[in-house]
Write a protein that binds this ligand. Sequence first.
Ligand SMILES: Cc1cc2nc3c(=O)[nH]c(=O)nc-3n(C[C@H](O)[C@H](O)[C@H](O)COP(=O)(O)OP(=O)(O)OC[C@H]3O[C@@H](n4cnc5c(N)ncnc54)[C@H](O)[C@@H]3O)c2cc1C
Length: 302
Amino acid sequence: MEETRNSPLWRYTTMKVGGEACQLYHPKHSEELVSLIERLKREGQPWNILGGGSNMLISSDGVDGAVIRMTKMTSITSPEPDVLEADAGTRLPHLAKYAASMGLSGLEFAVGIPGTVGGAVVMNAGAHGSCMANIFESALVMNAETGNVETWTAERLKFQYRHSEIDPARQVVASARFRLRPDEATKIQAKTQENEEYRWRTQPLGWPNLGSTFKNPEPTRSAGLLLDQSGAKELKEGHAAVSAVHANFVINLGGAHSDDILRLLQRMQATVQEKHNVRLHPEWKTLGRFSSLEREIWNGTH
Ligand SMILES: Cc1cc2nc3c(=O)[nH]c(=O)nc-3n(C[C@H](O)[C@H](O)[C@H](O)COP(=O)(O)OP(=O)(O)OC[C@H]3O[C@@H](n4cnc5c(N)ncnc54)[C@H](O)[C@@H]3O)c2cc1C
């Protein structure tokens, strides 16, 4: 297994922010993942799981402990005619296009979500009126608490809006199965392409970013709209700014420090609190050494 020391993590995130990890591991299949976690557990070493780094703010001051990057685990199989099983590191846009080419419908919503299967299951990623919970059948999970590789069904994952019961400090998704519906490949491909094009029109995809910064406070209340109405598009801190295209997106203008981003998030929250009396909670996860400002912003939502 590939293993590197003092690796800069910014290059493995879509925000292009993040300091060094003391040790970085890249398992290529589930057996390597399982034996790595058993070893780290034996040695009493904490670990952190990194998928596509598309929903994770990593501290520019670095990360203690080991980081396990999942993106080398990418195999896809079809154990039943309408079921796809994908390793945790498989990229969602790739899986969505693969399913479309096989004439399997259900993953069209996921084509513009630049994360991995594991990250998407953990976050119950969703878009265009659907989410992972709608197609999820089961996941193979390395449960460090029991030391076993277990099959977790939707019942055990208890999916909610951008949330599941997986705690990456204890449980690692090795692969997941999705039940899809057969349909005409050309029809599925057209919908997939339409969703992809919509992203390019409505999101600042030319800039490093982490997708939506804050969760919608209610299903019918958009964080982006609240931020826009509060004038957040004017906000900038150091080398980080709120996108002029979408007020719930923070962009790295080049060389942003994670502290720039934290200060910006704090101002975004404050402006919506002041204008609408609504407290916004970040959708992103954080990793690494941060100041107390990080705790204030996340305020018990980790
Ligand atoms: C341009 C852009 C658009 C986006 N659009 C959307 C959208 O429409 N809808 C949406 O929901 N999200 C969206 N996102 C956010 C992000 O892509 C999703 O949350 C995605 O599911 C995160 O996956 P990841 O592999 O990048 O996870 P990471 O960011 O690497 O990690 C996220 C969390 O999952 C954990 N994790 C990752 N893999 C595993 C694993 N195998 N086992 C256990 N824990 C794991 C990590 O430890 C972390 O806690 C967008 C992001 C960007 C940059």
